[in-house]
Design a protein around this ligand. Structure first.
Ligand SMILES: Cc1cc2nc3c(=O)[nH]c(=O)nc-3n(C[C@H](O)[C@H](O)[C@H](O)COP(=O)(O)OP(=O)(O)OC[C@H]3O[C@@H](n4cnc5c(N)ncnc54)[C@H](O)[C@@H]3O)c2cc1C
Length: 353
């Protein structure tokens, strides 16, 4: 028997698993999926957990129950690429692999800003989003919340908290001159307008110098604050950054067209952990996962894998609470209820799938 280990059952890892189960796997291959959580997390919805507008069970799903897969719900603490072995926190278990898929996702990048790791909340893991939800939910009336970073996740977190708590004072710190700098100007204008109408203060050209337990210091001014949420950048999982492989400037592993590590082609890296010309997203991780499943199926059957097709992304959808949103669909910018409805539809479809 040979063992394929899928490390991380997020957007990428689950697609590898589903693809292989659908395509069929040789009888001498054992598949083990490892995740610290005993469920698949819908990370793109974590802003609802941070704002307290969704129940946990709405943003997680059971992994497929299939006799061809075994699960280890453990937290990996070391990947030994020489001995081809994984070790875990709070367990003496050692898991060896012949093939490995790494899809461990990302974590916050604090850019060496003092106090940020200790005094900010996060939405980058289920448990962290849960903590954030608790901190926001427990805030006294008229408490102050600052969200650092006005990219997609910062916008969604700020607007969802506003929808959840109309009493709170919410401030969004944006590094650029407009929120969502990577989006169409019409989307930027719509989102800015939404924040204006919904009483969310947006400060542009932000430069956070340090964060304290009860305040954020930005451009020489320290704002007294109750809860600070960090959405100002991500980096690959720390175990991935520590791997002895070639990486890009962000610490993502350089992979070939099959998502294999060139020096160890039995190791595949996908999603937020893999270097790519595209920005990290759930959509990208899922498409890469599908391609890796096709490649692996060929490899496991001893066949030459076909070169994967160029990845084409379908666009991004974002929410401004439950009834407004924005997004690029068919390369066109859309704002209002339609993209919000489309986002809910995508979520519904992904849950059914
Ligand atoms: C608030 C927010 C909104 C977003 N909105 C969008 C959006 O609208 N569209 C979009 O495409 N993308 C969006 N993203 C980005 C998207 O969520 C990620 O790019 C995507 O989840 C990456 O998929 P992945 O498979 O690489 O990792 P993940 O989906 O993060 O999966 C990683 C898995 O690894 C597991 N894991 C981590 N560490 C360990 C360990 N030590 N041991 C065992 N298991 C471990 C985790 O439990 C998890 O299941 C959003 C992100 C956030 C935070």
């Amino acid at each position: 028997m040979k063992r394929l280990v899928i490390l991380g059952g997020g957007y990428g890892g689950v697609k590898v698993l589903l693809g292989l189960l659908a395509a069929g796997i040789p009888e001498d291959i054992e598949i083990t999926l490892v995740d610290k959580n005993p469920y698949h997390s819908l990370k793109t919805e974590f802003y609802t957990i941070a704002a307290g507008t969704a129940a946990e069970k709405d943003v997680r799903m059971d992994f497929p129950d299939d006799p061809r897969v075994s699960y280890e719900f453990l937290e990996v603490n070391h990947i030994d690429t020489e001995k081809q072995m994984l070790t875990f926190s709070r367990s003496t278990k050692v898991l060896s692999y012949d093939y490995l898929v790494i899809g461990l996702g990302c974590e916050d990048n604090y850019h060496h800003i003092e106090g940020a790791p200790d005094f900010t909340q996060s939405v980058q893991s289920f448990s962290k989003a849960r903590h954030t939800g608790l901190a926001v939910g427990n805030l006294h009336a008229y408490g102050k919340v600052t969200i650092v970073g006005a990219g997609l996740s910062g916008i969604e977190v700020a607007s969802e908290i506003r929808e959840s708590r109309s009493d709170l004072n919410i401030r969004l710190l944006d590094r650029g001159s407009s929120v969502l700098s990577a989006f169409d100007p019409r989307i930027q204008a719509h989102v800015s307008d939404w924040f204006l109408k919904n009483d969310v203060e947006v400060l542009h050209h932000a430069n956070v110098e340090y964060v304290e337990k009860d305040g954020v210091c930005n451009n020489g001014i320290c704002y007294v604050n109750d809860v600070t949420i960090w959405t100002a950048g991500v980096q690959p999982h720390h175990l991935v950054r520590a791997l002895p492989y070639e990486k890009d400037r962000q610490g993502k592993v350089a992979v070939n067209e099959f998502f294999q590590v060139p020096t160890q082609p039995n190791v595949y890296v996908i999603g937020d952990c893999a270097s790519s010309i595209h920005s990290p997203s759930g959509q990208l991780a899922g498409l890469q996962g599908e391609q890796v499943a096709t490649t692996l199926q060929a490899v496991l059957l001893g066949r030459e894998p076909k070169k994967p097709k160029e990845i084409k992304l379908k666009g991004t959808l974002g929410s401004l609470g439950k009834s407004d949103g924005f997004g690029n669909m068919m390369q066109q910018p859309f704002t209002g209820f339609l993209p919000r409805l489309a986002k809910s539809g995508v979520l519904w479809l992904s849950k059914r799938h």
